[in-house]
Design a protein around this ligand. Structure first.
Ligand SMILES: [Zn+2]
Length: 121
């Protein structure tokens, strides 16, 4: 995605996913995992979802209200955007686990979020 590009342009061809998001918007879950498609499509769906829940029009995102514009600019105060393409999300390789005595909280020099290793059982 290029800067200043329409962040929802990649929704083209994702009508089924948009329809599913609209169907659950009346009682939104605490979290949603968006998978499949390409990265731009997933980002567009995530931004659509944020707009859908925060748009001042109260329904399908208008793209013009302050909330929609701030979300499109990644400047909305309640939007925390973590893009795995930029190395901001650390993924623990499967099959590895924490040894007893390891700290469950890990800090990184970059300040990026890091999740604890799964415990061996
Ligand atoms: Zn709006």
């Amino acid at each position: 995605m290029t800067p200043n590009a329409d962040p929802l342009a990649a929704l083209t061809g994702q009508e089924h996913a948009v329809s599913r998001l609209n169907a659950i918007a009346h009682d939104p879950p605490q979290s949603i995992v968006i998978e499949g498609g390409d990265a731009d499509s997933r980002v567009a769906l995530a931004l659509y979802w944020a707009m859908r829940l925060n748009c001042a029009s109260g329904d399908i995102p208008c793209g013009q209200c302050p909330a929609c514009k701030q979300i499109a600019d990644f400047a909305f105060n309640d939007l925390l955007f973590f893009d795995g393409r930029e190395g901001l999300i650390k993924v623990q390789p499967s099959g590895t686990c924490e040894e007893p005595g390891d700290s469950p909280l890990m800090a990184t020099a970059s300040g990026s979020p890091s999740f604890p290793k799964p415990r061996c059982s």
